[in-house]
Ligand binder design. Structure first.
Ligand code: ACO
Length: 200
């Protein structure tokens, strides 16, 4: 699956990690980034689209760590384009789980039975989405984070590295959960949670 032809949008640290998921880079038909200062990544030339129409012959992956920037690129620049889903071979995905388009599962991540992961989500290294979870579009489950069973994560929300969301908890849209936190109650849209409490 990871050796299909595709374009990559984004050329910073997260893009490097995404390129490293691919069996080889021969299938990468182009890399785009809005930053004119970025000229290459892992030996691949980086193009700067500006007002140029982006090619549509192969699907894209938007490899940008910021959830909001990723959303804006998808919806403003690639609204007419198709996307791939990348799953590292070391990941474990239940046959009864659903993964959206443009979503990336990094090494050793796990998505368990009856979970649904939306579009353009990052399931980062060694994170766990346990049974019956929902992760909304443009979310990011950080490295080593754990979603216990029946957790719901709203659109655009960042779950920081090694954070734990306890069973059945609902985290709203566009929230930030600090690295290492334990989330034991529901979190409202747009809120920041640090440690074991909402940020004052
Ligand atoms: C491969 C990769 O790298 S993937 C990257 C995944 N990303 C992450 O895991 C990062 C997650 N983000 C965080 O943890 C951030 O600290 C956030 C979003 C929660 C907070 O960021 P900001 O809103 O900028 O808050 P800020 O940095 O000003 O910190 C606010 C306070 O919380 C404290 N704080 C911030 N993060 C944490 C944390 N993880 N644990 C404990 N305290 C924290 C700060 O020390 C500060 O304390 P103070 O008010 O006493 O000085």
């Amino acid at each position: 699956m990871n050796s299909n032809n595709m374009y990559i949008y984004g050329a910073s640290g997260h893009a490097k990690a995404v390129l490293d998921l691919l069996e080889d880079l021969a299938g990468v038909k182009g890399v785009y980034d809005d930053n004119m200062g970025v000229k290459s990544i892992l030996g691949l030339e980086v193009s700067h689209p500006n007002s140029k129409k982006l090619p549509g012959d192969f699907p894209y992956i938007v490899a940008i760590g910021s959830n909001l920037v990723r959303k804006n690129i998808v919806e403003q620049k690639l609204a007419e384009h198709a996307f791939v889903t990348l799953v590292h071979p070391s990941s474990i995905v239940s046959k009864a789980a659903e993964l959206g388009v443009g979503t990336v599962l990094m090494e050793n991540s796990i998505v368990k039975i009856d979970s649904t992961v939306g579009n353009h989500v990052i399931i980062n290294t060694a994170s766990t989405v346990d049974h019956d979870c929902v992760v909304g579009d443009y979310g990011h489950i950080g490295p080593g984070a754990t979603l216990c069973g029946g957790v719901s994560i709203g659109k655009g929300t960042l779950i920081g590295a090694k954070a734990v969301v306890l069973p059945g908890v609902k985290v709203g849209e566009w929230c930030a959960i600090a690295a290492g936190s334990i989330v034991h109650q529901d979190v409202a849209d747009g809120a920041t949670w640090i440690g074991t409490a909402l940020k004052k």
